[in-house]
Design a protein around this ligand. Structure first.
Ligand SMILES: NC(=O)c1ccc[n+]([C@@H]2O[C@H](COP(=O)([O-])OP(=O)(O)OC[C@H]3O[C@@H](n4cnc5c(N)ncnc54)[C@H](O)[C@@H]3O)[C@@H](O)[C@H]2O)c1
Length: 341
């Protein structure tokens, strides 16, 4: 079976994708520098799949190391590139760190892929490229808006770099996947989301509050023009998201792609408000969550959810898991993590 490189493969989405790739029989090589993950994730992956992926602890910002890696693994057929820094607030304070980690690493990998006779490349992009879209649900043809943060900008620039490269390099086929809001954990609870420090995202903040690690969840604004006044997002179960990577990769490996650079939205197609997410959590956990409504947070878009038609029809992929499934697995994962500490 083909050998696939997964950069950032010990991270949240990467680890779930490694498991799904292994399930389909791919040989997986992970690159991760452990800057936002733990080496224990390797055991978590192995305990689910029964197969230990090859692991290279290297920093993709080191060009020489990246070159040496591809010289050693010259039979790589595809790359799924998750490795990046992802904290929006931090990116505002440390833009150069974000441009270096998210852009230079991408360039180094593409330079190596250019040397191969043929390569398939999947890029982790984000719905942040759309900003506050003029129309909902958001389709892939909606305009990319000026980025609100250096992090968002790295995703836009990353997409442009790949598009420009593919235009003149027919041997590289690429897909940028624009994720909406990945949540949840593997049902085995052997892998899940492991935020370092205070979580930036709603779901880990909910589970950490419920377990007593955080005192209270702040809901930023209930006076938005939505049904219950809170912001709306499209929460996609990480296992569904992981599956979409395998499907997208196979589209490229089997030459089923329609162009050598394509973009797809990955979401459920349904928007859920912050209060609906809290309700779902309370239902599946049987716990009352301590939260309070506070003022709006700067930079939050009001509502974003995906039009999934293109992914459904072109990739033949659909989400299977619900918000309740995601909240249940996230809660089971939180309890397991705290018990193990
Ligand atoms: N989680 C989300 O909400 C979300 C939404 C949209 C897009 N994305 C994108 O998806 C990708 C994966 O996100 P995630 O949530 O799994 O993040 P994560 O932080 O859990 O995983 C990223 C992994 O990459 C590794 N890494 C970072 N820089 C590296 C480097 N220079 N060399 C080697 N390894 C490096 C980290 O140690 C980590 O294990 C990122 O590109 C992110 O921007 C995430």
């Amino acid at each position: 079976m083909d050998k696939i490189l997964v950069t950032g493969g010990l991270g949240f989405i990467g680890s779930h994708t490694v498991v799904e790739l292994q399930k389909e029989g791919y040989e997986v090589v992970i690159i991760d520098n452990l800057s936002n993950s733990s080496i224990n994730v390797l055991d978590g992956i192995t305990s689910i799949s029964g197969k230990k992926p090859i692991f290279e602890n290297l920093d993709l910002r080191d060009r020489a190391d990246v070159e040496a890696f591809f010289a050693k693994h010259n039979d790589i057929k595809g790359v799924i590139h998750f490795a990046a820094s992802k904290a929006v607030g931090e990116s505002v304070k440390e833009p150069l760190l974000y441009y270096e980690n998210n852009i230079s690493t991408l360039v180094y990998i593409l330079k190596e892929l250019k040397k191969l006779p043929e390569a398939s490349f999947i890029f982790s992009s984000s719905c942040t490229v759309y900003g506050q879209a003029d129309e909902l649900p958001i389709t892939e043809n909606d305009p990319v808006k000026k980025a609100e943060s250096p992090y968002g900008n790295t995703k836009q620039i990353g997409e442009e770099i790949i598009r420009d490269t593919c235009k003149v390099t027919p041997s590289i086929k690429a897909i940028a996947l624009r994720y909406f809001n990945p949540v949840g954990a593997h049902e085995s609870v052997n892998i899940g989301e492991l935020p370092i420090g205070v979580p930036q995202n709603l779901v880990p903040f909910i589970t950490q509050t419920a377990i007593g690690l955080r005192e209270q969840l702040s809901v930023f604004g209930d006076d938005y023009p939505t049904a219950d006044g809170t912001c709306i997002r499209d929460y996609i179960h990480v296992v569904d998201l992981a599956n979409a990577h395998v499907v997208a990769l196979e589209r490229l490996l089997k030459n089923n792609n329609k162009a050598n650079y394509e973009t797809f939205n990955l979401g459920t197609g349904t928007g859920s408000s912050v209060l609906e997410v809290i309700k779902s959590f309370e239902k599946v956990s049987g716990k009352k969550l301590n939260y309070k409504i506070v003022g709006r947070r700067e930079g939050d878009v009001i509502s974003a959810y995906a039009d999934t038609t293109k992914a459904n029809e072109e990739l033949g992929w659909k989400t299977k898991l619900s918000l309740d499934d995601a909240m249940r697995s996230a809660w089971n994962w939180e309890q397991k993590v705290r018990k193990d500490k």
